[in-house]
Design a protein around this ligand. Structure first.
Ligand code: CTP
Length: 155
């Protein structure tokens, strides 16, 4: 007998795709057998006061290419979740536990699951690390001058 389709849906920005995102997708797929991932557009992120480094078109392409993901769709507003749950006959809405309690209103239509986050990594952490590398041109010139001086001292 054919296995019944069990659809899982999740939402997020997935900027600077990392192992926390991948672990989440693996766990989500294990909850069912068809995974839909809604990726926040740059415009929606602006509304949320969030700025991704990687543009939406690239973020959704990366998410779509992950083997656990069956379909990737854009997330354009807060109201969309209820609409998607009905449109795609979603069985399980699941998201990281940083959103715990925020989507209880969906329980009327599907199961709602909050999953533990992978510890020690987030897009915010990576953005901060990248910002630390963002030294000015003047600082760079100064650094090279110091290196030159050190070389001369060693000669
Ligand atoms: N997530 C996770 N483990 C992490 C980071 C994120 O399980 N270490 C999950 C979140 O709980 C969410 C999804 O990944 O369900 C998308 O989260 P997103 O906000 O895009 O990722 P973050 O790394 O948390 O990004 P930011 O720091 O910008 O909030």
């Amino acid at each position: 007998m054919a296995k019944r389709k069990k659809t899982v849906i999740t939402y997020g920005t997935f900027d600077l795709f990392h192992i926390g995102h991948l672990n989440l997708f693996k766990r989500l797929k294990e909850l069912g057998n068809y995974l839909i991932v809604a990726v926040s557009t740059d415009e929606f992120n602006q509304l949320k006061g969030k700025k991704a480094i990687i543009p939406f078109e690239q973020r959704i392409e990366i998410v779509r290419s992950i083997r656990h993901v069956d379909m990737a769709i854009p997330e354009v507003n807060w109201e969309q979740k209820l609409y998607d749950v009905k449109k795609y006959s979603v069985d399980i809405f699941a998201i990281g536990e940083d959103w715990k309690g925020k989507f209880e209103f969906l329980r009327e239509y599907c199961e709602v699951v909050y999953l533990p986050r992978t510890k020690g990594i987030s897009s915010t952490d990576i953005r901060k690390l990248l910002a630390d590398f963002n030294i000015s041109k003047d600082e760079l010139i100064k650094a090279f001058e110091i290196i030159d001086q050190l070389k001369k001292n060693l000669e």
